[in-house]
Design a protein. Structure first.
Length: 262
């Protein structure tokens, strides 16, 4: 998930800074009030697989005339979980969830972006214990790649499967910039269930936290404190929120600049 933000951070020359259950829990009262106040529509509910062709394509056809999501952003960055506004899809299966987690983790671009982020981290001496040189770069690289794969597995695969959450990002696609931006960012705390309702996005919040806690096992001891784990947790969630924001507007950017719809 974080590869999208890493890519655009590098282009701009900036340094870059999902409780186990069997059924989805209702949205906490505070979040219900936020959602109601903004009058944001629910994402499209899952359809009967016999009446809707099964597809995971992020560029599925719609009849709304909305700009379409593409499987990749700028032909490189994975965008496999983004759903075009107005698109009706069947229920996301457990297999689908783990497939997208694997795609986001082991796509060829993941190795490239891990290398870029590792280089930036080494250049800024983020972890002095890793040292410099090629050996130091190797340490930065495998830690970065492990962080990415670990988070994707928990956020997109394990917890959404256990909690029956839909891990896809449903594009709003209409309304002003502020409304769409708010919708996108709040997807880190609100998600769709397999049944088509809305629920607290435990897959994102708890998944990112679990991944951050696991990472403490392979970082130097001084980075295994609750403070450092919390910082990695918060950073992952914020990066995902920014990624959702870019996914929301990517179809419009693609249409306006590249004159493409798919």
């Amino acid at each position: 998930m974080r590869t999208l933000m890493i890519y655009f951070t590098c282009v701009l020359g900036l340094t870059p800074a999902r409780a186990l259950g069997t059924v989805p829990q209702p949205l906490p009262a505070g979040f219900q009030e936020i959602a109601a106040a903004t009058h944001l529509p629910d994402a499209p509910g899952p359809q009967d697989p016999q009446s809707v062709p099964a597809t995971n394509s992020s560029s599925a056809q719609t009849d709304t005339g909305e700009a379409k999501q593409t499987k990749r952003i700028l032909w490189i960055v994975p965008n496999f979980r983004a759903v075009t506004a107005g698109t009706k899809l069947p229920k996301q299966s457990v297999k689908d969830k783990f497939e997208t987690a694997a795609l986001d983790s082991f796509d060829y671009s993941s190795f490239i972006f891990a290398g870029i982020q590792a280089g930036i981290s080494q250049a800024t001496d983020s972890y002095p214990e890793f040292h410099q040189g090629m050996a130091g770069y190797g340490r930065y690289y495998w830690h970065t790649f492990a962080d990415q794969a670990d988070e994707n597995l928990w956020v997109e695969g394990i917890l959404p499967s256990l909690l029956r959450e839909d891990s896809r990002y449903y594009t709003l696609g209409h309304g002003g910039f502020a409304k769409r931006s708010f919708y996108a960012v709040t997807r880190i705390i609100i998600t769709q269930t397999d049944a088509g309702g809305r629920t607290f996005n435990a897959g994102e919040i708890l998944g990112a936290g679990t991944a951050a806690a696991i990472s403490a096992a392979y970082y130097p001891s001084k980075y295994q404190t609750w403070t450092k784990v919390g910082q990695r947790w918060l950073t992952s969630v914020l990066i995902d929120g920014g990624t959702f924001g870019f996914k929301e507007f990517w179809p419009d950017i693609n249409r306006a600049i590249f004159h493409q719809d798919e």
